[in-house]
Design a protein around this ligand. Sequence first.
Ligand SMILES: [Zn+2]
Length: 266
Amino acid sequence: MYIEIHGARGSMPVGTAEFSTYGGDTTCYSLHHDDGTLIAIIDAGTGLRRILPATMSAAETSGRPVTIIITHYHWDHIQGLSMCAPMWRGDVALRIIGPGDPRRCIGEAISPPWFPASITDMDVDFVPAVDSFVLDDVDVRSFPLHHPQGGRGYRFDHQDTSIVVATDHEAGTDADQVLVDASRGAGVLVHDTQYRPDELADKRGWGHSTWEQAVEVAIAAEVDQLLFASHDPSRTDAQVEEMVADAAERFGATTAARPGSRFWAK
Ligand SMILES: [Zn+2]
């Protein structure tokens, strides 16, 4: 099983040259079996267009519904949905699993006057996320993160491999231990690293973590690989690499999510 990155920018899309390596598209990941079969898409930020391009046809999905799992409904996690052509065309069956009431939350975000069409025009099956569910032969566990309006992390287990996605989480509450427990022994941990430690004092309550806090989770949970995510919209490529180098002194298997990269859980 592996995870592919389509967008890892937090908060808002950015597009100038100093962000070209780690990308300007907002949060979107996809989970695949080793043979490339798509298991699910996780979050639907602007990176969604890379995995669900306008040209995608039903034949490419082998007639199976495409599942999109949403961590929470902040704009940077759903912004790609409104412009996702297959969703409006109706020839690719889509299923959106999200916390609370996904139909209401996405329906309010995608409606006039903010968008010219409404979700009543979409062919989408909306499914509220529960604590554990199964996608084909993959066990999925959903757990709460500490984030404004709430947020969910997801652990995916297939045979003896596991991947955990925790895109938006502010350390410092009981949710930290929940995240460590959910990440135990994971092959890949995708963790919010929006801040440097020296920035945290001004950003408390904003819902994000530092790379140092992510490293603590990775060490406590004994994961194989740590993947930085939700890069701050002002964080240049060079600055992301500085953060990775600092973190790697404490946890060697550290890297940063960037569009087009894939990480295997072994
Ligand atoms: Zn958020």
